[in-house]
Design a protein around this ligand. Sequence first.
Ligand code: NAP
Length: 239
Amino acid sequence: MSQNVMVTGAGKAVGLGFNLVLRYLEAGDTVVATIRKPCPELEELKEKYGEKLIILTMDIGSTPSVEQAASELGEKLDHLDLIINNAVSVSPDCDKGFFDANLDYIARTVDITAVGAMRVIKAFYGLLKKSEMTALIMNISSEAGSISKCYRTNMIDYGMAKAALNMATMNLVNTFKDDRSINIFCVHPGWIRTDGREDNPAPLSSYEAAGILQDLFEKKRNDFTGHRFITNENEDYPF
Ligand SMILES: NC(=O)c1ccc[n+]([C@@H]2O[C@H](COP(=O)([O-])OP(=O)(O)OC[C@H]3O[C@@H](n4cnc5c(N)ncnc54)[C@H](OP(=O)(O)O)[C@@H]3O)[C@@H](O)[C@H]2O)c1
């Protein structure tokens, strides 16, 4: 059964978001790709897939921008079956440790990566509720957001942001607990060459990773009892 899918942060052709958009279009779904600035490769997909692809401008760091995007989409689609919160922001000091990093960057990373996903869920909730299947929210997290497995001394902003996204997910699991029409997970998507570089040692291309996630998401749609932080291999990951 074809579905209406929205992917945030889809404006980088080598990135995971763009490749998720491509995978769902190839599957015959209607896809909303959210971007901040024009993406020529998405325009090429638009020429090929026509009305099956809706390109929506949305800055998830801005509540008015997210609300505006939701209102625009409401004029084009009557429901959403899946939202993939893929967009992420990292600071220029992401690779630095505590003594060298500018700590004032952290709040912005958390605001976009974690609060941004919540802004999206809140603004598009009305469209999710109109889904005729179990509406699904997949928050793209990272193993770097696991507090119990933390081993790094760098990536402070990114790790804090993904841990916050995981907490947001669990809060919403509680919020939706009596509502079997909506389901939500956070997912470590695997180690991926999202920079598009062949010399990147990560085992998965963005296109390969997107295909694995696409299959996983359908397996999880009606799983209301499992652990909420999972990997692309459908393994439970510790918070
Ligand atoms: N690569 C890996 O091995 C790996 C591992 C674990 C988790 N992940 C996760 O997988 C996801 C995809 O990774 P990626 O490297 O493909 O991501 P990315 O390219 O760094 O970011 C995805 C998109 O987020 C958008 N974005 C940034 N700030 C935004 C804002 N304020 N509003 C809306 N969109 C915004 C960017 O848009 P612009 O193009 O406009 O900047 C970008 O296209 C991320 O959530 C990442 O944390 C990746």
